[in-house]
Design a binder for this molecule. Structure first.
Ligand code: PLP
Length: 367
């Protein structure tokens, strides 16, 4: 199998597997226990936490571990808006389901919700943000790198508009962490280990001092009472090792992805159109369409290639992607689109082979 679904998840880095191994084996103590082995686990978690915070790269805040980025986003939105209603939440039409479903929840409990459209390039207009984010707005959420089309929203500018209006800014940096620099500005940042070659089952919410959302998960008072539940040293250490690698390999990974992108464009030829901006884009995401293509059939014809129709969550539903619809694609165009995601461990050779197969399968459909 050739793995080209880096937006769905990424392969575990060998360094991460090695770092996690002792914590899955002999070092099983509860990190919240007072004896030596417990304290050793707690110390390892703190080292991991500081690596995650360093990789996020923003000053004046701390990272709290969660079970996923989905949890981090739910916490940031629900814990900032609260359950009483009456607040104003602004977000974008192309956000992840974790944000859009929270927006629906927010509306259900009586908050005002504004969902801003994006242009054909997938980017929100700052004028539209300025018009929506006025005094009395409480929270603005925008993704850094889109999971379906890779476009990079102007997060710093959106954060500045939010702050001028007295609102907080939440950035879903799940696809951005380790791939593009997170600009200064957000008050809350959601991240996920498994998108940066770390383990599944752990995420983090970075929060600027003074912007802590209300606690969502009550219990034993772990994470300074902010998020209860016994932490997994193995998962935290894995996340920390992945974050350290992402920081150290940032330039190398970036250069590799740029090379693969150029190779992909040369190999694919002119029958394909790229969905979303090519300039303001993380180039490890190639979301492309071809007129008349039945993308679902192409995937079925190329089962040994791990590529997708869009987000892993939406792929199974049969519904056209909300992101592709938001950039103005017709249902037919959305259904003729495939997402190819590559990164650190993709070789030029395997990408070339996969694209040749994709081209051949698309040609066969035309015949
Ligand atoms: N936000 C974005 C942009 C994502 O791509 C994903 C995962 O697909 C999530 C949030 C949710 O992350 P997790 O899998 O950690 O819940």
């Amino acid at each position: 199998m050739i793995y080209l679904d880096y937006q769905a998840t990424t392969p575990l880095a060998p360094e991460v597997v090695e770092a996690m191994a002792p914590w899955i084996g002999d070092k099983f103590a509860n990190p919240h226990a007072p004896y030596t082995s417990g304290r050793e686990a707690a110390a390892a978690i703190e080292v991991a936490r500081s690596e995650v915070t360093k990789a996020i790269g923003l000053a004046g805040g701390r990272s709290v571990f969660t079970g996923s980025a989905t949890e981090a986003l739910n916490w940031a939105i629900k814990g900032t808006l609260g359950w009483k209603g009456g607040k104003h939440f602004v977000t974008l039409a192309t956000e992840h389901a974790a944000v859009l479903d929270c927006a629906e929840w927010a509306q259900g409990v009586g908050h005002r919700v504004t969902v801003l459209p994006v242009g054909a390039d997938g980017l929100v207009s700052l004028d539209a943000v300025r018009a929506a984010v006025t005094d009395g707005c409480d929270l603005v959420a925008a993704m850094l790198v889109n999971n379906e089309i890779g476009v990079i929203q102007p997060v710093a500018e959106i954060a500045a508009i939010a702050h001028d209006a007295g609102a907080r800014m939440l950035c879903d940096a799940v696809q951005g962490l380790g791939r593009v620099a997170i600009p200064d500005g957000p008050d809350l940042v959601a991240a996920s280990a498994h998108k940066i070659h770390g383990p599944k089952g752990i995420g983090a919410l970075w929060m600027r001092g003074g912007c802590e959302p209300e606690t969502l998960i009550h219990g034993g008072g772990q994470e300074e009472g902010l998020r209860s539940g016994t932490l997994s040293p193995a998962l935290a250490v894995g996340f920390g090792a992945a974050a350290k690698l992402a920081r150290e390999r940032f330039d190398e990974d970036h250069a590799h992805v740029e090379d693969l992108w150029s190779l992909a464009l040369e190999t694919l030829g002119k029958d394909w159109t790229i969905n979303g901006s090519t300039d303001r884009r993380y180039r490890g995401n190639l979301n492309i369409r071809r007129e008349g293509l039945d993308a679902a059939r192409l995937l079925a014809d190329c089962r040994d290639l791990a590529i997708s129709l869009g987000s892993a969550c939406a792929s199974g539903s049969g519904r056209p992607s909300h992101v592709l619809k938001a950039i103005g694609l017709t249902t037919a165009e959305a259904r003729s689109s495939v997402r190819i995601g590559f990164g650190r461990y993709t070789s030029a050779d395997e990408l070339g082979q996969a694209l040749a197969r994709i081209n051949a399968a698309a040609e066969a459909q035309r015949a």
